[in-house]
Design a protein around this ligand. Structure first.
Ligand code: 3EB
Length: 327
């Protein structure tokens, strides 16, 4: 089980992500695993702590992770100077191998792709990444590959290192799609030789709570970008997609302010917003916190390039709801 911080003492093993780091680092201490990510912070908490009771640190090749009886939680840093296909396929193959051999399903992945919108050797780097990732899923799962795709985010980062953090669990999750968007794994080849490998959201029910992982959500309808050059339209379209997904997750109250959320048993609602342009922060921060009834410190805003050149923002969420027991 992963518990909110407040319930646990300092001795509980945890995986930490520190955004806005000057330099990258992936390290182990007894009972902790820590990734320092050089993704610039714009606002809100830049530290994430995921508690994993009873977990033990492991290292396999370049992967560092904590393993408990029901979860894996970890990260990898890969140097990628040239084309991305091969190193990404290798990293994903190893991750899928680690999970499968130990009996875990991937629930959520965060990808940070260096210079994501740049083209080298005739193919945009995000498309190179998609190709390598897809090949790894296909090699592991064959024709069934789409049935194993986790919720994910994929955004840009500077430098020449690829970063990935992941959560896997023993529970086979429920995978959800958005009926107003083409599933990303069915995007047509206009968006690259192989589509992105992720589900729009994943639901995991265990120990009396349901955790919903909402993938990075952007201003896309069908498979087309909506509102190029228009932050307000992009924000409204993104929120509309989020509402559709929260409805499907049975988590609508998580969008309706603290009282309604608490009353419905929502015990966690963490939103993260990636902005291509730091100048968009004041507007988008006001719109998002207003819309969700959040205090401004309750959402994290990071500066990152988004996987499509025309997109200026992407929003993701982790929500948790008590589904049994009294509250
Ligand atoms: C989209 O809907 C926007 O490549 O893993 C969102 C979440 C996006 C994850 C990924 C990409 C990814 O296609 C981009």
């Amino acid at each position: 089980m992963m518990f909110p911080d407040v319930l646990a003492g300092p001795h509980v093993p945890h995986f930490e992500v520190h955004f806005d780091a000057k330099t990258s680092a992936l390290s182990h201490l007894p009972g902790t695993c820590r990734l320092d990510l050089p993704v610039p912070g714009l606002h809100g908490p830049f530290e994430e702590k995921w508690l994993t009771t009873g977990a033990v640190p492991h290292r396999e090749g370049p992967f560092y992770f904590l393993e408990s009886s029901d979860h894996l939680h970890g990260a990898v840093v890969v140097d990628v100077a040239g084309r991305l296909e091969e190193p990404i396929q290798a990293a994903y193959s190893q991750l899928l191998e680690i999970c499968t051999r130990r009996g875990f399903y991937l629930h959520r992945i965060w990808n940070y792709v260096p210079h994501i919108n740049e083209t080298d050797h005739g193919l945009e780097r995000y498309r190179q990444f998609n190709l390598g990732r897809w090949m790894a899923f296909e090699q592991r799962f064959g024709r069934d590959l789409r049935a194993y795709m986790p919720a994910a985010s994929g955004v840009g980062v500077g430098g020449s290192q690829f970063f990935l953090t992941f959560i896997a669990g023993k529970t086979h999750p429920v995978y959800l799609e958005n009926p107003s968007q083409v599933p990303a794994y069915h995007y047509p080849s206009d968006y690259g030789p192989k589509p992105p490998s992720f589900a729009r959201a994943v639901l995991v029910t265990e120990g009396g709570t349901t955790t919903g992982y909402l993938s990075g959500t952007a201003s896309i309808e069908g498979h087309r970008t909506v509102g190029e050059g228009d932050w307000h339209t992009q924000f409204r379209t993104t929120m509309h997609n989020i509402e559709i997904m929260f409805d499907r997750m049975d988590m609508m109250e998580a969008l309706r302010g603290p009282e309604a959320a608490a009353k419905a048993g929502i015990v966690r609602r963490d939103f993260k917003c990636y902005l291509r342009h730091a100048e968009a922060l004041p507007l988008i921060k006001d719109w998002l916190t207003e819309e969700l009834g959040l205090a401004s410190h309750q959402a994290t805003f990071l500066q990152a390039d988004i996987c499509r050149q025309e997109l200026d923002l992407e929003i993701e969420a982790v929500v948790e709801k008590r589904t049994s027991g009294s509250y």
